[in-house]
Design a protein around this ligand. Sequence first.
Ligand SMILES: *[C@@H]1O[C@H](CO)[C@@H](O)[C@H](O)[C@H]1NC(C)=O
Ligand SMILES: *[C@@H]1O[C@H](CO)[C@@H](O)[C@H](O)[C@H]1NC(C)=O
Ligand SMILES: *[C@@H]1O[C@H](CO)[C@@H](O)[C@H](O)[C@H]1NC(C)=O
Ligand SMILES: *[C@@H]1O[C@H](CO)[C@@H](O)[C@H](O)[C@H]1NC(C)=O
Ligand SMILES: *[C@@H]1O[C@H](CO)[C@@H](O)[C@H](O)[C@H]1NC(C)=O
Length: 189
Amino acid sequence: MFATLLQSTLLLAAALSTASAICVLPSTEPLSNNITTGFAIQVQNTSYPIINNRLMNLWQAGGGDRHLYLFPAGDQTSNLTLQNGIITRLPIRAVINGEYTATDNTTKIFMTERGDPRAFFDVIYGCNQTDGSVQKELSFSGRGTLPGGHICVRLASGDRYEFRYSPPGNTATARLCMKVTLAIMESEP
Ligand SMILES: *[C@@H]1O[C@H](CO)[C@@H](O)[C@H](O)[C@H]1NC(C)=O
Ligand SMILES: *[C@@H]1O[C@H](CO)[C@@H](O)[C@H](O)[C@H]1NC(C)=O
Ligand SMILES: *[C@@H]1O[C@H](CO)[C@@H](O)[C@H](O)[C@H]1NC(C)=O
Ligand SMILES: *[C@@H]1O[C@H](CO)[C@@H](O)[C@H](O)[C@H]1NC(C)=O
Ligand SMILES: *[C@@H]1O[C@H](CO)[C@@H](O)[C@H](O)[C@H]1NC(C)=O
């Protein structure tokens, strides 16, 4: 009885260590902040199943702009590139500006041809929060010349989830904006 219990405890411990050993990041070498092959972006936050593992879509707006929403709002997009750390689909690029709201102290991130402050990202290896596989992620590094902060998504009108920028040290919590990991889903060659 005791031996069986001990054995199963050991087996469980071994299984758990195997599970955590699954996600070994390949290297700590910095990855290039240029990605020329098209990719899609999947958001992850397992604390919020309603948004976890959903794709980022582009919603057609005025003047060639595209606004960022979670699937199923907007158009599925797998031909994004990263140019000098900026999410790009020529001729538009990801910027942060406008539609500021004080309740969560966040600002809109969207894609445009215009020269608003750019959203900058580094490329890093990370662990898929759902299945522990190794993935590449876009790690937010800053808005224009202001470093830090993060990207979050929040519920907007029409039951759509929109993308926002939360500045460093943001303490406003009157409206929920869920911090997300942006996983890169590269297209098959
Ligand atoms: C990224 O691409 C740009 C041109 O789009 C180039 O100027 C820059 O040197 C490249 N950076 C790296 C790290 O390869
Ligand atoms: C990306 O794909 C969309 C939809 O398929 C297409 O309309 C657009 O021209 C493509 N853009 C680039 C830069 O590849
Ligand atoms: C992360 O894992 C989940 C579950 O296997 C999967 O649905 C999702 O597509 C994965 N994400 C990436 C970027 O591979
Ligand atoms: C809101 O963000 C600004 C930076 O954009 C920051 O200076 C300010 O402290 C923030 N306010 C709160 C309540 O976090
Ligand atoms: C999930 O979202 C919450 C609320 O924004 C945040 O505090 C938490 O850090 C996020 N989890 C991850 C793994 O990003």
